[in-house]
Design a protein around this ligand. Structure first.
Ligand code: 5GP
Length: 179
């Protein structure tokens, strides 16, 4: 099963995705590629950081399941190389989720949202995003929230990290049992 976790910037998707794979043996986390520069304090493992040339030649050679451009940077999900018996977790934006659906890949869509826009802005500022970035990510979040609803994603409000992770784990387990 493919599980897509999306959500506005700063909502804690990365932490959630990492804790899910750490606590579920049958979950394989796909690592996206990006041409964005690494942020101060960001883990070098959070993406495969590449140049635009490397990214573009990989598009040419058909490496990506989907890719998208945001704020002048390219982001893409490589075709998964997960073992047969593992579920694949993609932490991508709603545009990417849409691309997965358009490829007729059955997927469990989860949209993790912040309790409020104010809370999201506080988290973005807290991780050091400049003010212009904060505004763009809030705007992107608003568009994504609407689109996620249209796609029928499960919307989960991250008001308590541990509770959110447990809620998602339960959702994955119940859907996996149905497959
Ligand atoms: P950030 O720069 O904050 O790490 O990511 C910017 C946006 O790109 C976020 O909404 C994030 O979910 C999205 N993103 C990260 N990886 C991928 C990917 O592989 N594909 C797509 N479509 N979006 C991605």
């Amino acid at each position: 099963m493919v599980i897509v976790v999306s959500g506005p910037g700063g909502v804690g998707k990365g932490t959630i995705a990492q804790s899910l794979v750490d606590s579920m043996d049958d979950l394989w986390l796909s690592k996206s590629w990006t041409t964005r520069s690494i942020r101060a304090g960001e883990s070098p493992d959070s993406y495969v950081f590449v140049t635009r040339e490397q990214f573009e030649s990989s598009i040419e050679s058909g490496k990506f399941l989907e890719w998208a451009e945001f704020e002048g940077n390219l982001y893409g999900t490589p075709l998964p190389e997960a073992p047969e018996d593992m579920h694949i977790l993609l932490e991508i934006d709603v545009q990417g989720a849409t691309a997965v659906i358009e490829k007729s890949i059955p997927a469990l869509l989860i949209f993790v949202d912040a309790p409020s826009v104010e809370d999201q802005a506080r988290r973005l500022r807290g991780r050091g995003d400049p003010e212009a970035e904060v505004e763009k990510r809030i705007l992107k979040g608003e568009l994504e929230r609407e689109r996620a609803k249209e796609l029928g994603a499960h919307i989960i409000i991250n008001d308590d990290l541990e509770h959110t992770i447990q809620e998602i784990r339960t959702l994955i387990e119940s859907q996996a049992n149905d497959h």
